[in-house]
Design a protein. Structure first.
Length: 201
């Protein structure tokens, strides 16, 4: 019992250190990462609340999503543009890069959700967001979709509930609300995304 409790405390301590790094986004660590080449790009603002049995964390800033046929890259930065995290997802696995001391640290894993949960302490919905941001379910996986009371759509997939605001005059979705309930040791995540006008394509 004591060993298991100590291991849980160690994991929480590691996640707390990563969260501190993200919150401070140390300027000396990695002011910017080089842009990722791709055929589609999206940018905008995000805010996230992470809540669990013993935590309540809030983060906000800018995001940039780049999609090509081989890779999805999601960059998170502070409102001033300092890199907080970059996660890259391919068919053969995922990589997560974060500021660390006087440089960067990169971790690898089989999928971006599990990797971000392990390193950051909460899951980033990288596998589905490339499709959800276009207002459609990710292919090849079960989903449910229904009309939302506000005139948009409500999509449920991969354990996430995605509220899609009504499309604008150009047919694009500008705002998404993504919610995932607490699941065991994984905390609940509430993520709001607001896309920049003209940021797609």
């Amino acid at each position: 019992m004591i060993g298991a409790h100590a291991r849980r405390l160690a994991v929480r301590g590691t996640r707390a250190r990563w969260l501190l790094v993200l919150s401070l986004a140390l300027p000396v660590a990695c002011a910017t990462l080089p842009p990722s080449a791709g055929s589609l790009s999206y940018s905008g603002r995000f805010s996230v609340q992470v809540t669990g049995d013993d935590r309540h964390d809030n983060l906000s800033g800018r995001f940039a999503l780049t999609v090509d046929r081989a890779e999805v890259t999601l960059d998170l930065s502070t409102p001033l543009g300092t890199t907080m995290a970059r996660i890259q997802s391919r068919a053969d696995g995922a990589r997560l890069t974060v500021p660390y001391r006087n440089g960067v640290r990169t971790e690898s894993g089989p999928d971006p959700e599990g990797l971000s949960q392990r390193v950051l302490g909460w899951a980033l919905p990288v596998s589905g967001i490339r499709d959800w941001i276009e207002g459609r379910p990710a292919p090849g996986r079960p989903y449910q979709i229904s009309a939302d009371e506000g005139g948009g759509s409500l999509l449920e997939q991969d354990g996430w509930t995605i509220r899609l605001d009504p499309r604008g005059p150009d047919g694009r979705i500008r705002r998404l609300q993504l919610d995932h309930p607490q699941d065991g040791d994984a905390p609940a995540v509430s993520l709001r995304v607001v896309l920049d006008p003209g940021a797609q394509g």
